[in-house]
Design a binder for this molecule. Structure first.
Ligand code: 9YT
Length: 130
């Protein structure tokens, strides 16, 4: 059984800063749960291009306000506390935060822990074996 708190992650290598966001990675691939789980802050006033072509991601907003625009033609969905979106089609998207958003993010396959987006908004398939 795994028990930890956000404080256990803050200030460690599993608090990953991605420019527009800070991802506090609570459960990672090495936990062998089949998913990773992150408590992520999307910083206010930012717009981030994201394309998880190698991963499925579900995102549940628990604080803040923003929107997600599916590329290339929309739609655009508002996001506020209580909104869930799940990228079950590997949708390329723009994520905008009007007020800092706090998101609970789940990835399948799980992240190894160190991933940041490349210039296309993509995470590599499996960084730790690279
Ligand atoms: C919502 C989203 O995809 N934000 C980017 C960071 C990512 N969720 C992560 O690595 O925690």
């Amino acid at each position: 059984m795994i028990v930890k708190t956000l404080d256990d992650v803050l200030g460690t290598e599993h608090e990953v800063k991605g420019g527009n966001w800070t991802s506090r990675r609570l459960i990672l691939r090495d936990a062998k749960m089949g998913f990773s789980l992150h408590d992520t802050l999307i910083h206010e006033g930012t717009e981030t291009l994201i394309w998880y072509k190698n991963h499925l991601e579900a995102v549940y907003c628990i604080e803040g306000q923003g929107e997600i625009e599916v590329l290339p033609d929309g739609p655009t969905h508002p996001i506020r506390a209580g909104t869930l979106y799940a990228l079950d089609g590997h949708e390329k998207h723009l994520l905008r935060a009007f007020k800092e958003m706090r998101m609970v993010c789940v990835f399948n396959p799980p992240l190894t822990g160190r991933e940041v987006h490349d210039e296309h908004g993509v995470y590599p398939a499996m960084l730790e074996d690279a």
